[in-house]
Design a protein around this ligand. Sequence first.
Ligand code: ATP
Length: 619
Amino acid sequence: MAGRVLFSLPNGLWFLSPLSPVNSKSNHLKNRLHFRQNPPPSSSKAVTFCSYRNHLQSVGEEPVVAEPFVLTTPLYYVNAPPHMGSAYTTIAADVIARFQRLLGKKVIFVTGTDEHGEKIAAAATAQGSSPSEHCDTISHAYKMLWKDLDIAYDKFIRTTDPNHEVIVKEFYSRVLANGDIYRADYEGLYCVNCEEYKDEKELLENNWCPMHLKPCVRRKEDNYFFALSKYQKPLEEVLTCNPDFVQPSFRFNEVQNWIKSGLKDFSISRASVDWGIPVPNDNKQTIYVWFDALLGYISALLEDNEQPTLQSAVSSGWPVSLHLIGKDILRFHAIYWPAMLMSAGLSLPKMVFGHGFLTKDGMKMGKSLGNTLEPKDLVYRFGTDAVRYFFLREVEFGNDGDYSEDRFINIVNAHLANTIGNLLNRTLGLLKKNCQSTLAVDSTIAAEGSAFKDTVEKLVEKARVQYDNLSLSSACEAVLEIGNAGNLYMDEHAPWSLFKQGGASSEAAAKDLVIILEAVRIIAIALSPVTPRLCLRIYSQLGYSKDQFDAITWVSLSLSLRLFETKWGGLKGGQVMAQPKPVFARIEDRTEGEEGGETTKEVMKAKKKIPETQGVAKA
Ligand SMILES: Nc1ncnc2c1ncn2[C@@H]1O[C@H](COP(=O)(O)OP(=O)(O)OP(=O)(O)O)[C@@H](O)[C@H]1O
């Protein structure tokens, strides 16, 4: 999405004269907001966001009880294959989706690709392929990467999908009928690579684009515009009535300031771009990104073989609970999109979260700059869980973060291999040696009167709250603290020496092992949204099957059905643990064919897969 608008905010337009007034600007500015299908209660008053929501509820468009948890990533622009920045948003979305599923919610996780525009056509020509072949190749590269990164999405929407086109056209027609689209002439300096008119103030000498270091060309065309300015007040109200609408809170303030500084109408079509969805009733123009790609969030919701209508798509999960995006496209998601939805009489998303950038030498990593980090390479070298864990734990969600390989290796080794993996391994080693790998008592009995149990329960609750607040790094930290507390407990109690003393000391030592293993069991649930493979291996070591792992929930819904939850008390006396085997090999210790695990095998598997997409040339 962002790839189509780089560094240019298409607000500053150069109006010459309104053309054949689809709805002339002067007229539509006088109009009050109205909604074609569901007119609001009083057409004589400007509609506020709060009254708008009440109105939608009364006509049944806004569900009173939230149903599924629907979340989206941006639809990535297929001008080049994915990179670690695209992977970052998608990993974070996957973690949130997995967490919500653990809470027992039905989740619809939407991702996909934005496939229209001049840059795509140019990239295809440069490759000697057709635009549609090019889109197929790059879109496939995204899907392959999501597979390697264990991204469990529910819907993958491509904007070249014919159903998407139907939805875009219906949406456009609604907004048009609402008097919010008009045609006007404008002229300016155009950067072909940004696919955007630029404000002369932002250009370098001789009108060079600062991003592409190429000259912009003067262009004049007539386009269709969306009357964003009409939504100034309603958007102010959206923020006033809904302080959680934009997260993190400092981005909320940014959005508020943008709105305060005055909203200008924006262009929604291109006359010179063929590779796109034609504007209804004017096939000389194609629809520009915001009236195309953003609609993918809605068309993705269509069920297979369903009539593609806005109504049917919306009834399958709109409004979304969360749009997860990078801060580069915040303005479009937090201002343009809500205004467009209001114009079409549809509900607004519940939250837009704009995270920060992964940077390289302080610059945003991006396809256009080409300063990207290859996620496939990282997966090949370090494994899927290591990549997922590092970026979420290291970068505070919402802020920027720079990548360093040393830091990557240190963090992953210290947290996953040492604190968690080693704790499990040495406990199971002692259990094997002294208790035939069998638990002496239930974990509830073992922990009677133990302050450690309370510590674990508090920390896991802290992790839940942090996941819920989208503080993903803090959630990881809370889980890691359980591991730290477990290691401390082990060192303080020294069960290895208690076993040597025999008698009551030996019994106490056997209980200590149960206590530590129960803590590790809880870690495996709490970290499973972030490192699902590692957590499955931990669960297997604790003697559970994959089916049992797949059935875990965070909170017990029914005591008889949900045995494996984050509450203390899952492990039972007599339960037999598996033979101790490292669940996470330290990075420098991994060699081809090494025993130790699946981690090594996963790395080798990823290595074999690399050629599948590595050959995709950059646009
Ligand atoms: N460096 C990055 N850090 C974090 N997220 C990123 C980064 N780069 C891209 N993204 C994610 O991808 C989205 C933009 O998608 P897009 O396909 O336009 O990628 P892009 O690499 O930014 O493209 P371009 O460099 O051409 O602008 C962002 O909103 C964000 O979700």
